[in-house]
Design a binder for this molecule. Structure first.
Ligand SMILES: Cc1ncc(COP(=O)(O)O)c(C=O)c1O
Length: 479
């Protein structure tokens, strides 16, 4: 049999270098100039297809030509989520060291699934997980955790574990509780896990958007009376809408008394614990059975890195271990952790590396400073808005999130017209591409929401954005 020509998919040493330097130059240039660019892009499906749609080519193209096309056409057609005026959803401020760490992880193509494939990667995940366990007051020796692609996967991993530990294989009577402000990824996870609609209790929040303890207690009591099994409660430490932290200590007590698994979703807000103010608000977070935090949000890491912390590492192993014959030879001894046994993924990229390198390089003090700055910035933004008769604060600055709406004192606009006006302001700001500021709905009112977790954002950026909003408000009021 004739063996076909070898296909190596390789470049020469010099070609690789030249190519790599161009990539690094582009990334450095992006970091250096992003503040001056417009944070918002737009593009219809047709425009994107006109640019990119083609059949997979059989023949090669010069690598620099492909790279230039990508730099000019692809990289320019995404919102800059690390831009100082990118306020919406949860921004991704990122940092250069971690971006380079990700390049190393990909460049060396480290398999971060099992101990034997990379003892250093596994140990680094153990070490960084220990830092996180300590940060959040989780037990050091008994506790454990795993890096995931993001908060959604961390929540799914947590709820799968909760179900296994509390219900075993029969979860037909299990009931799960969460507030109407819990992030949608939790409901998604619950559905993925196969729970029926009747097994989910969405508890209304109180006037401050916090879990209503009385309503929760009533719901649990009613479910017990009906012979159901309350098994898991999901609290939020930093709701996406308003930054609100649920009454964690009270909820922890209820869960303890009722033997309910206590999961806290701190995906966006959890890292506030690194600031003095946040630490007070986060009281009780260490009492959770499981906690989601998302380093790719307020710990300034590039996508993707989420994290699940757990009170007892054995719970993860008990939920996710499978023993196929083809992984026999890499099982190792019991002290050598195979992270594929602690979560859903087998093949995993080396996420701990960026966490490790950025913390080692900048030091925790710098991270703490950035987070404290963000919290103070949101408070300063609130104070600034309060000096104007045009703006109404709907939910005050909490964990760097603030909600407000244009509602000049003495105006005679109906609620419907105010909603339309604020929607229009947001649309006009986004259409101008000068800032990414979108709306949410609180108490049935359309409001503008600013999430200020980017250390690059200044109070002046906020003031300029408010001035932009006012200019559009004036245009739309006079129309
Ligand atoms: C509270 C909360 N939980 C979970 C998520 C989902 O995280 P991810 O987008 O990393 O999957 C988010 C995202 O904004 C969030 O704010």
């Amino acid at each position: 049999m004739k063996i076909p020509n070898k296909a190596t998919l390789e470049l020469s040493h010099d070609e690789m270098k030249a190519y790599g330097y161009e990539v690094v130059d582009a990334i450095v240039n992006h970091f250096a100039t992003q503040n001056e660019k417009l944070p918002v892009v737009s593009g219809s499906r047709k425009e994107m297809e006109d640019l990119f749609l083609e059949d997979a080519p059989d023949n090669p193209t010069d690598p620099h030509e492909v790279l230039n096309f990508v730099l000019n056409e692809v990289m320019t057609k995404s919102n800059i989520v690390s831009h100082p005026k990118s306020y919406s959803f949860v921004p991704g401020p990122s940092n250069y060291i971690s971006a380079m760490a990700d390049s190393l992880a990909s460049g060396f193509n480290i398999f971060s699934g099992g101990w034997q494939a990379s003892p250093a990667a596994a140990e680094m995940e153990i070490v960084t997980m220990n830092w996180l366990l300590k940060m959040f007051g989780f037990p050091q020796k008994k506790g454990g955790g795993i890096f995931t692609s993001g908060g959604s996967m961390a929540n799914l991993t947590a709820l799968a574990t909760a179900r296994k530990v509390k219900c075993g294989d029969d979860f037909s009577k299990a009931v799960i509780y969460l507030s109407d402000q819990a992030h949608s990824s939790n409901i998604k996870a619950i559905r993925v896990l196969g729970f029926r609609k009747e097994q989910i209790r969405v508890i209304p929040t109180d006037g401050e958007f916090k879990f209503s303890i009385n309503k929760l207690k009533n719901a649990i009591a009613k479910d017990r009376l009906e012979g159901l099994q309350p098994f898991c409660l999901i609290a939020t430490a930093g709701t996406t809408n308003t930054g609100t932290v649920d009454p964690l200590s009270d909820l922890a007590k209820i869960c303890k008394n009722e033997e309910i698994w206590f999961h806290i979703d701190g995906a966006y807000g959890g890292f506030a614990i690194l600031s003095e103010d946040g630490k007070k608000i986060m009281k009780g977070i260490g009492k959770a059975d499981s906690l989601t935090v998302d380093p790719h949000k307020w710990f300034f890491q590039p996508y993707e890195i989420g994290c699940l912390l757990i009170k007892n590492h054995k719970w993860l192993k008990g939920t996710f271990t499978e023993k196929p014959e083809y992984l026999r030879d890499i099982e190792g001894n019991t002290s050598e952790i195979n992270f594929y046994d602690h979560g859903i993924e087998l093949t995993r990229r080396f996420r701990a590396l960026k966490f490790y390198m950025s913390v080692k390089t900048f030091g925790m003090t710098e991270f703490k400073k950035a987070i404290s700055y963000n919290i103070k910035l949101a408070e300063a933004a609130e104070n600034f808005l309060r000096t104007s008769a045009n703006w109404e604060i709907i939910s005050p600055a909490t964990l760097a999130v603030i909600n407000f709406r244009y509602n000049p004192i003495g105006n005679k606009l109906s609620e419907k017209k105010l909603d339309a006006l604020n929607q229009k302001i947001s649309q006009s700001v986004v259409n101008s591409k000068k800032a990414l500021l979108v709306t949410t709905v609180l108490n049935k009112q359309v409001v503008l929401r600013m999430c200020l977790i980017n250390p690059r954002t200044t109070l002046n950026d906020v003031k300029e954005t408010i001035a932009l909003c006012e200019s559009f408000a004036n245009q739309n009021s006079s129309n």
